[in-house]
Write a protein of this length. Structure first.
Length: 143
């Protein structure tokens, strides 16, 4: 009889794949334009896109600055008004909040590792190095 061996996936592998997929699937491959985007508007848009309330303004400021620093002036104007830039901006905002990372001109940086929305979304894991509520919980199999 032929036996099929199914390997177990570790939590680390699952989290790594989830984080990579968030960044690869929704992060735009080119910078986005964001004319007239201020912190209050950015927070409103972020709350709408992530369906989360009370996002931290200090983290939002870092994500917004990253977006504005990478915006190309020639991409503003007609393309933005036609809505082509909005989809890229929306994807970028979601990717930043869920991964806790953002792209800068110097490469990817971690902005809020422990506060990334990914941890809440997957539910069964916590950021590595952050104490959990019950000792040894990491050793239990996911539900």
């Amino acid at each position: 009889m032929n036996s099929l061996h199914v390997g177990r996936i570790t939590r680390r592998a699952l989290l790594s794949a989830a984080a990579a997929n968030v960044l690869l699937l929704v992060a735009p491959s080119r910078p986005v334009a964001a004319p007239g985007l201020d912190l209050a508007t950015f927070l409103q848009l972020s709350e709408k896109l992530t369906a989360r309330r009370n996002l931290p303004p200090d983290v939002a400021r870092r994500y917004l600055q990253s977006i504005l620093d990478r915006a190309r002036p020639h991409e503003q104007g007609e393309k933005w008004l036609a809505g082509e830039g909005q989809a890229s901006l929306d994807s970028r905002i979601v990717a930043d909040w869920y991964s806790g990372q953002t792209m800068t001109s110097g490469g990817m940086i971690c902005v809020d590792y422990a506060g990334a929305l990914l941890w809440e979304a997957i539910g069964f894991a916590r950021p590595r190095g952050v104490p959990d509520t019950e000792a040894g919980r990491w050793a239990l199999a996911p539900l």
